[in-house]
Design a binder for this molecule. Structure first.
Ligand code: SF4
Length: 430
């Protein structure tokens, strides 16, 4: 199967395995393995391929997709062949989403899940892929109603189990409809998606996502699909997306975060070797930018968690790195004006108390902002000898100061009020 050149990019387009995206460090190839699941051997192979065809840098996105960076044009066709041969390609053709659904890393396995969210997601995926004209970035969250709540992930459409035989249908703006039977939910989802395409077609170029419709239009969309409004499902406690978690089979999984959602090929190889050694039966990709190692006894899960922590993976829900995003930066990316990963690691320590209170930090090597499309409470944009400091915005917003890393660290010392300290910073380069 041939790939398209990356200059096929246009607004709203998403990269995949067959259609890579040009970035500052070469082509970015996004992988969508079937069910978001890998064997230990497949994980090891991905590390090897990242090294052989790219710059050895691997990311996991906020939708749980793996991305190989720095892939070379001349070896991309061979990479695609090897990925197909290993059963690692499962993306829809055409201009729609490559993968429509987002699930928890333990979908279908989680002890507290109310129904099998993996099976439900596969049916939503199958029926949803039949809807022509969906925008590429469209996403459906399929939430099994367990402890790994997906409420914080943005979605055009949300299917949430509220009992083993009831699924609530969520639309943007906190609108809920239904409930419907799990068997009916994929068909209802596909009908809603098709109705969205028709509505969007009436105002070309204006409606790209479900959230672009107002509450009254969304309600009309739902009622045209014979759905009744219902109260919002009960609020669940904040999920703990890393640590040892119970599976419904009586086995255990180790949920991890990759530091800043990144690994290099060597680390991926070591993780694959650990998964083999501990007889992990499946590795799941996590939208919390990490990996889940499944099917373990309790002692094996605890031993593997310790081994993964010593590899530098995030195992504690209080680890400040969970709230920090950083792009590949220098030296991996030639566009980068700063060593973002190293600097993000220093800043995560300095800002740990504020991160624990919910502050979000984004460190970017250039304005392209590969690692975070939207705003963060504090965005740092690499530039000449330091960073532009942007509060409550993204890399394209106006900075309030330009500071060296040392000055930033000094101003952000624990106990200081971040806004007061940075607002007081001069609006010129220090
Ligand atoms: S945001 Fe970072 S990784 Fe992306 S092109 Fe810029 S420097 Fe490179």
């Amino acid at each position: 199967m041939s790939a398209l050149a990356p200059d096929d990019m246009r607004r709203g387009w998403c990269p995949g395995t067959l259609r890579p995206m040009q970035t500052g460090d070469g082509w970015l190839v996004r992988l969508h393995p079937p069910r978001g699941a890998l064997s230990p051997a497949q994980l090891g192979l991905i590390g090897e391929l990242a090294d052989r065809h790219g710059n050895g840098q691997i990311e996991i996105s906020g939708r749980g997709n793996l991305q190989l960076r720095g892939v070379r044009e001349e070896t991309h066709p061979v990479l695609v062949e090897e990925l197909f041969a290993a059963g690692l390609v499962d993306e829809a053709q055409g201009d729609g989403p490559h993968r429509l659904t987002l699930t928890s890393p333990l979908a279908g396995r989680e002890a507290s899940e109310l129904l099998d969210a993996a099976a439900l997601a596969e049916r939503v995926e199958r029926e949803g892929r039949g809807v022509a004209g969906l925008p590429a970035k469209f996403g459906v969250v399929v939430d099994g109603g367990g402890a790994l709540a997906l409420d914080a992930f943005a979605a055009d459409l949300r299917l949430r189990a509220i009992s083993p035989d009831q699924v609530a249908i969520g639309l943007p703006g906190g609108l809920w409809f239904g409930p419907v039977a799990p068997q009916a939910a994929p068909g209802v989802a596909a009908t809603l998606l098709a109705s969205f395409v028709v509505t969007a077609g009436e105002r070309p170029g204006q409606i790209r996502r479900m959230r672009d419709l107002g509450p009254a239009e969304l309600a009309r969309l739902a009622t045209s699909c014979r759905l009744e409004p219902m109260p919002a499902p009960a609020i669940r406690p904040e999920p703990e997306p890393v640590g040892v978690a119970a599976e419904r089979s009586g086995r255990f999984a180790v949920l991890t975060g990759l530091p800043f959602g990144r690994s290099d090929a060597q680390m991926l190889g070591r993780l694959a070797a650990l998964a083999l050694r501990f007889a992990v039966d499946e590795i799941r990709l996590s939208p919390w930018r990490g990996l889940g190692f499944c099917g373990l006894s309790k002692p094996a899960a605890e031993a593997l968690a310790a081994a993964l922590a010593s590899e530098g993976l995030v195992l504690s829900p209080r680890d400040p790195r969970l709230l920090v995003s950083a792009c590949a930066g220098a030296p991996a990316c030639e566009r980068a004006a700063a060593p973002t990963l190293a600097d993000a690691a220093s800043l995560a320590q300095v800002l740990a108390p504020l991160l624990a209170n919910g502050l979000t930090l984004h460190v970017s090597g250039c304005a392209k902002s590969c690692a975070r499309p939207g705003a963060a409470d504090l965005t740092l944009l690499g530039g000449e000898a330091g960073y532009d400091v942007i509060l409550a915005g993204g890399t394209r917003d106006g900075p309030i100061a330009h500071l060296t890393l040392a000055e930033l660290v000094r101003r952000l010392e624990p106990g200081q009020d971040i806004r007061a300290r940075l607002d007081a910073a001069p609006h010129h380069r220090e």
